[in-house]
Design a protein around this ligand. Structure first.
Ligand code: ZN
Length: 227
């Protein structure tokens, strides 16, 4: 099958990172598709928010039901009875790690893309602020890209525009793409399900806020230096 270079599929959760990737993809490809996953996450309304963002951005949107992921094991993102780790425990990922999540998401996304003749896949994983999740690392993304190509005898290109960016640089990218306010006010990153600036104290909010403060400070500094 000849896959098309003009279109890209973004694995899209409606959070800060994947929303930034959605607009990155809009800049680089003629036509963009967003695919969100319902995997038994506590804050399933994130998928409705993702749909609003995608429709507002004029990209194709679809959601995929993969609730088997929550039934495979226990973690604090899908199990309401489990309190999440506020800090990363030594020697293991935090209990917000959903084993296999990116493996499943990207594999399903690749099949979905192939059936529509789409070559390019985009994911917002980052090794810089990866919170101890092994499937956010560059080695995983590269290895999976090879595996997907072998599995379907295709030439997919897996893009990871945030791989080497920290949260401050991810905010800078959102600003460069003209969507800083949209990302700040309409995305959901918070583990407690609070949109925008979030609950303020969960690990995801802390990381996001520190990055934003650093970026706004840097921007203010630049403005003062170059009036
Ligand atoms: Zn939070």
């Amino acid at each position: 099958m000849i896959l098309d270079n003009q279109r890209a599929l973004v694995v899209f959760s409606g959070g800060q990172d994947s929303t930034t990737c959605l607009f990155w993809a809009k800049k680089h490809f003629k036509e963009v598709y967003a695919l969100s996953f319902v995997y038994g996450q506590k804050h399933a309304h994130e998928v409705d928010l993702a749909e609003d963002i995608a429709r507002g951005a004029g990209v194709h949107f679809d959601r995929m039901d993969v609730d088997f992921i929550a039934r495979l094991g226990h973690n604090a993102l899908t199990d309401s009875s489990m309190a999440m780790d506020e800090t990363k425990p030594a020697g293991s990922p935090p209990n917000t790690f959903v084993p296999g999540r990116n493996l499943f998401f990207l594999s399903i996304a690749a099949v979905y893309a192939r059936e529509r003749g789409i070559r390019h896949l985009v994911t917002g994983v980052s090794q810089t602020d990866y919170s101890g999740y092994p499937d956010c690392r560059d080695s995983f993304a590269r290895s999976l890209n090879v595996t997907l190509n072998l599995a379907m005898d295709e030439q997919f290109v897996l893009h990871t525009p945030l791989m080497w960016l920290d949260k401050c640089q991810t905010w800078a990218l959102a600003d460069e793409l003209g969507v800083l306010d949209l990302v700040r006010n309409h995305t959901l990153t918070c583990y407690n399900g609070v949109v925008g600036d979030g609950c303020g104290h969960c690990p995801a909010c802390t990381l996001r806020r520190k990055g934003l403060e650093a970026y706004l400070q840097q921007k203010a500094g630049n403005t003062t230096a170059h009036p």
